[in-house]
Design a protein around this ligand. Structure first.
Ligand code: DGT
Ligand code: CA
Ligand code: CA
Length: 578
């Protein structure tokens, strides 16, 4: 996503919120939809406009005349007057305030009207002084939730989601690779380890002409600030607000430098300890016996010299991976799931439930990705805001899928569209659709989408009750977390694993970069308990099918193997799990 797309999307989201607080109908949804489209657009909107003018904007799905006009205004003048007027009428930082879990636009407006709260700082002050609990429609519980929400936000401050970082880092990586002075380049640090959140990005380059590389790196148009620029080391802030560190090393050191700068720090310390125990010295400059370098050119030779198998970066957290890599006890380190192992995606929302794309477009996109199947899992009727389908609508949607499948049977393609849904798990663990309707589907995903602030035992019982329903196959985003926004809800995970095993429930690894739920530790526990998992993207727009990469990374961070993940299997085998 380009910076312009992101910035315009941000403004459109805010306009949607500012319209919503005036109880304007339909328009907020239109702005929101346009924002989603912009965010998912691969191409730079400025470029689209340059090439095709206003018409090209209107031709984008979800963008009508009025919004196209505003986008045009932004591209021409750098601002949107309409937005400025709205901001003047409602001069509080709605964007910042709604980031807090449980704070919607309406609440933000009420707090501004009643207490003059303009930003999170004001909000925290008012909550701490117990001014909020007294207001109508708020109460003690809301006040407490607000304070918890603020604390959560503070803890994650300064870290970025992996997907906010990766496009830019890969772009810089490719630009460096194209320089004739650059022999080798790699991403390092937490980005290479594909962590969920990133402090800063690290890049490593081999070059005999570091000065040229440094000059190029620090003079890119995206650089907003240069923190430091030395002979072999530079650090910059890019326009998106995060930092990139660059190191240039010599070829003989590449492996040791890559190993060192990939980390994690904890992994490095443990590896260095092994070196010391063998009378060796390991640093970013190489592995040495006395003054003699005995390894350093590649990571493989370093690990090998230490009696270890090469360890995938996603596993390098000193969570036991070093023991696993010990060559004297060779284990199945290389069996962890690979980025090319996935054959289909089963958590995909279509335009039947308000998603951006038609089933056919989603299926075509999945085919282009090399998938063998896609499962459409529209929301069900409880989720009114998401335009969830009732039994009748689902029936009609199923027919549409049957028609698409029979059409493709006439061609040579073996691609299959599966009929699914993502149903809601109600408070008592029941499902919001009749069993008769569920039983007609190829598979059923069920997830908690409401009433999340219940206690551990209640939530555990609720989820287990859903697993017991013979029609339910998959539990989506089990812990409900949203990175940088809300924590996991409390569950007894061991109990849930036992139930999953007993009732053959499959746990989802949700690849949406804000969720990545299950987390790495839970994936490991599920794997150890012999519970099967599935990696799904929770796509609402066809471009989000690409989020699969983040889900696979998460699975690798949790040491999942191919056989633990059911959508690595061909369709016949997959269907046996349901
Ligand atoms: P981040 O940036 O917070 O997301 O996490 P990292 O892992 O990218 O950390 P960063 O950027 O501070 O450093 C990059 C790598 O350099 C890190 O993964 C391991 C290595 N490193 C940094 N500081 C130390 C240290 O004090 N000791 C050792 N052994 N390695 C370090
Ligand atoms: Ca880093
Ligand atoms: Ca760094």
């Amino acid at each position: 996503m380009t910076l312009t797309n992101k910035e315009i999307a941000r403004i459109l989201y805010e306009i949607a919120d500012l319209l919503a607080i005036q109880e304007v109908e339909f328009k907020p949804q239109a702005y929101q939809k346009a924002a989603v489209i912009l965010e998912s657009l691969e191409k730079d909107i400025a470029k689209i406009y340059q090439e095709g003018g206003r018409k090209a904007l209107v031709d984008l799905p979800g963008i009508g005349e009025s919004i196209a006009e505003k986008i045009e205004e932004y591209l021409k003048t750098g601002k949107i007057k309409y937005y400025g007027q709205l901001k003047k009428r409602f001069p509080f930082d709605i964007e910042e305030l709604v980031k807090i879990e449980g704070m919607g636009p309406q609440k933000a407006k009420a707090l501004w009207q009643e207490l003059g709260i303009k930003n999170v700082k004001d909000l925290e002050k008012a909550a701490k002084a117990h001014k909020i609990a007294k207001l109508e429609g708020f109460g003690e519980k809301t006040e407490k939730n607000i304070l918890e929400g603020i604390a959560f936000l503070k803890r994650s401050k300064g870290r970025f989601l992996l997907h906010e970082i990766i496009p830019r880092v890969r772009e810089v990586e490719e630009k460096l690779r194209a320089l004739k002075e650059v022999q080798m380049v790699s991403v390092a640090g937490s980005v290479r380890r594909m962590k969920e959140t990133i402090g800063d990005a690290d890049l490593l380059v081999v070059s005999q002409n570091p000065k040229k590389v440094m000059d190029f790196f620090t003079s890119q148009p995206e650089v907003a600030k240069i923190w430091g620029k030395g002979v072999t080391k530079a650090s910059v802030r890019v326009k998106e607000g995060f930092d990139i560190d660059l190191r240039v090393v010599r070829k003989e050191q590449y492996g040791s430098a890559l190993q060192y700068f990939t980390g994690s720090k904890e992994h490095n310390i443990a590896v260095r300890r092994i070196a010391i125990s063998k009378g060796l010295k390991l640093s970013e400059y190489g592995l040495f016996r006395g003054k003699k370098q005995i390894a350093g050119k590649t990571e493989e030779e370093i690990y090998k010299a230490l009696g270890l198998a090469w360890i995938p970066p996603e596993m390098r957290e000193n969570h036991g991976e070093i023991e696993l890599a010990d060559a004297r006890r060779p284990q199945k380190l290389s069996d962890i799931i690979d980025y090319g192992d996935i054959r289909g995606d089963l958590h995909v929302h279509s335009d039947w439930d308000g998603g951006a794309d038609a089933i056919k477009a989603l299926a075509d996109a999945a085919r282009v990705m090399g998938y063998e199947y896609i499962g459409i899992s529209d929301h069900t009727k409880f989720l009114k805001i998401e335009r969830g389908l009732d039994e009748k609508q689902l029936e009609r949607r199923n027919k549409a899928i049957d028609a698409l499948n029979s059409k493709s049977q006439n061609t040579t393609s073996k691609f299959r569209i599966l009929k699914g849904c993502e149903a809601n798990i109600m408070n008592d663990g029941s499902i919001d659709l009749k069993n008769e309707a569920l039983s007609k589907l190829d598979y059923v995903i069920a997830g908690v989408h409401s009433n999340m602030k219940i206690n551990k035992d209640e939530m555990t019982a609720r989820i287990i009750a859903a697993m017991k329903n013979p029609n339910v196959d998959i539990i989506s985003h089990l812990t409900g977390r949203i990175l940088k926004k809300r924590g996991e809800y409390e569950i007894d995970f061991d109990k849930i694993l036992r139930a999953a095993k007993q009732f053959n429930a499959i746990l989802e690894i949700n690849a949406s970069p804000e969720r990545l739920d299950l987390n790495d530790e839970n994936i490991r526990r599920a794997k150890e308990a012999g519970v099967k998992m599935i990696i799904n993207t929770d796509t609402h727009h066809k471009n989000q099918l690409r989020f699969m990469e983040f889900g696979i990374a998460q699975a690798r961070r949790g040491w999942a193997e191919k056989e633990d993940i059911i959508n690595t299997q061909p369709i016949e085998k997959l269907l046996q799990y349901f």
